[in-house]
Design a protein around this ligand. Sequence first.
Ligand code: NAD
Length: 282
Amino acid sequence: MTAQLIDGKALAAQVRAEVAARAAALTAAGRQPALAVILVGDNAASQVYVRNKVAACAHAGIRSIHETCAADLREGELLARIHALNQDPAVHGILVQLPLPPHIDAQRVIEAISPLKDVDGFHVASAGALMVGREGFRPCTPLGCMRMLDHIGMRDLRGRHAVVVGRSNIVGKPLALMLLAANATVTIAHSGTADLAATCREADVLVAAVGRPRLITGAMVKPGAVVLDVGINRLEDGRLCGDVDFETAARVAGWITPVPGGVGPMTIAMLLANTVQACARA
Ligand code: NAD
């Protein structure tokens, strides 16, 4: 079997076009959606992520407020800035780029963001809302994965087994809850899972979100399964690769996402969607 490709770039473009149309309508009604993006320090990867988010906002007609702070910014100053943005009715989404310098408590900073403006979906109130199935912002990467499943006609996963490899707070755990809400039977695997290959082979939907290049090989994929590769790993030669060994997995899977051009582009698209949603709800 040779898998069909889930083209994240094309699907993200579609989502971004939908977002742009909603943003234009809100702007015409006198309420342009706005996202504040705060970067602390000069982490090179974070600078690229922030630049991409700001550019994506501009393309979608979303105003962005981009604030860069010195690496030695005091936590109190950052919290004060967030409080000011919380109060500003012209700002609908607030995002603090992670990681933060070690002297700043990242969770405390995230908790300072109003849940109404928590477009990253990392606040405990957002996590709690996901847990109990209430309205709230969902983290962008898992949301992008769910949109991809929807796109290939797998909105309802009743009777299917989803295996998520990785249990981080921003990808693995929230995605597992979203898959459960879509009626899948869900397994979360992690570095302590005894026979990872056997667990993965059970999966009708297999998600890799670990950060280990090519951990998941074709021998670990059930024939016909949907394979979503969240991993973004930089190899020594500078190329990007996912957590899935694409070549061998694509021979067995029914559907598969590439890296780059898979889940990655969906993440920013869902951030824009959350921002427009925050504005519409405000
Ligand atoms: P993380 O490091 O916080 O979490 C990794 C998880 O994988 C942990 O729960 C760990 O238990 C599990 N794990 C590690 N090794 C394992 C193994 N051998 N077998 C099974 N489980 C194992 O990472 P994260 O923030 O969730 O990110 C994971 C990957 O996804 C990274 O490569 C990151 O760059 C990428 N990522 C991509 C996007 C995107 O937009 N595509 C967004 C966020 C993260």
